[in-house]
Ligand binder design. Structure first.
Ligand SMILES: *Cc1c(COP(=O)(O)O)cnc(C)c1O
Length: 404
């Protein structure tokens, strides 16, 4: 059992008020809040050992390098990567996806096929469309059904010798659906395709094991995992990272530079050109340690309680429809009430201190599927409570009364 009061005390922001009301933060799927240990790690870095890494012999530079590499090792251990050099620290999920999508330009031919899913975030659609434009490859889409699940029988018919890459998110940020990635990976490998899993939305709730999954690439962002913005990871199997060319040229990613020819550094430095987000890499490790100290099984079972409670309470509201009711989903609820615009509900509940997200959630194809402009999305974290859900429910009821 989680000691929620103790956990809440770890997050200074949860003490603040919004519009004179206690903050109820239900926008965790967009970014999570930051515990004091992570804030302290950031302050300690800038107060005590701020220095550039890898290139210095002086003490501060060595301390910063050691701490940054501890961050990488913590990420490696958390995701159970075989080697620490298979962990590329990136600016986040979007950056990580672009490294892979750009890298595949030289590995694809006209007529090759790439499969994505109907549940993708824009950051897992657009880079592949750009890759198709560059290479003449063709994008295929795994369709979804009304409850927000992907159609696996159709997926199997899309796979063929022409399939070179498959890209699916582990959990949909708009609907919370947990996708059957084990099956997706296994089937893709049967035709020799590589698989990238976008874990941005899964990693706050699920601890993935990249070796057990046998996945080729797995990406995520620290800021959805109690860490800071501007840092994330690209996990890649060593053989794939060696095959891909560097994404950016610059310092730290080279071995030898002359004007005739430059040779690249080994992994992971080949993909980490320039000065990285040093403090972010350090804080990412601290955030993972913090979440592991709470325990992902505890987090998942508590969040499931919150999800079930909120789902039942919301369904009591007349005219309310929930989008995304897959059997397996994380603590995300997307909904609309009658014809009321989601933005109007979001604005009124904010006046009552409740932070929810409204709009298309960077997943316009899903909104098109349901023929709606967007939804109100409430997403919960392990530091939220049933009392906060009660506050949201009465705020939504009040909004509906005012707007209908
Ligand atoms: C948040 C999110 C992204 C984008 O992450 P950034 O940190 O903005 O790069 C991509 N995919 C999914 C599923 C997300 O939830």
């Amino acid at each position: 059992m989680l000691d929620i009061n103790k956990i809440r005390a770890d997050f200074p922001i949860l003490k603040r008020e919004v519009n004179g009301k206690p903050l109820v933060y239900f926008d965790n799927a967009a970014t999570s809040q930051t515990p004091q240990v992570v804030i302290d790690a950031i302050v300690a870095y800038y107060s005590n050992y701020n220095a550039n890494i890898h290139r210095g012999v002086h003490t501060l530079s060595q301390e910063a390098t050691d701490a940054y590499e501890i961050g990488r090792k913590t990420v490696q251990a958390h995701f159970n990567a075989k080697h620490s050099h298979e962990i590329i620290l990136t600016a986040g999920t979007t950056h990580a996806i672009n490294i892979v999508a750009t890298g595949f330009t030289s590995l694809l031919n006209k007529g090759d096929e790439i499969i994505v899913s109907a549940l993708e975030h824009h950051s897992n659609i657009v880079p592949w469309q750009m890759l198709c434009e560059r290479t003449g490859a063709v994008l295929k889409v795994i369709p979804m059904n009304e409850e927000g699940s992907l159609l696996m029988d159709v997926y199997e018919t899309l796979l063929s010798e022409k399939t070179k890459l498959v890209f699916v998110n582990h959990v949909s940020n708009a609907l919370g659906t947990v996708n059957p990635i084990e099956f997706i990976i296994e089937k893709a490998h049967e035709v020799g395709a590589a698989v990238l899993i976008d874990g941005a939305q899964a990693t706050p709730h699920i601890k993935p094991d990249v070796q057990a999954l046998n996945v080729d690439f797995y990406v995520a962002s620290a800021h959805k995992l109690c860490g800071p913005t501007g840092v994330g990871l690209l996990y890649g199997k060593e053989k794939w990272l060696n095959k891909l060319p560097p994404y950016q040229g610059g310092g730290e990613m080279i071995d030898q530079v002359t004007f005739e020819k430059t040779t690249y550094a080994g992994l992971p430095h080949k993909f980490e050109a320039g000065t990285p987000n040093i403090c972010g890499g350090i804080a990412f490790g601290v955030a993972l340690d913090y979440m592991n100290s709470i325990g992902f099984e505890n987090i998942a079972s508590y969040e499931k309680e919150l999800l079930d409670y909120a789902t039942n309470e919301l369904k009591q509201i007349e005219g309310l429809r929930i989008y995304g009711e897959a059997a397996e989903k994380t603590a995300v609820i997307s909904f609309n009430v009658g014809q009321i615009h989601p933005y109007d509900i979001g604005t009124i509940v904010d006046k009552l201190g409740v932070a929810v997200r409204t709009g298309h959630h960077c997943a316009q194809p899903i909104m098109d599927f349901y023929k709606i402009p967007g939804t109100v999305r409430a997403s919960f974290a392990f530091y939220n409570t049933k009392e906060e859900i009660d506050i949201m429910i009465s705020a939504v009821k009040r909004a509906v009364m005012m707007l209908s």
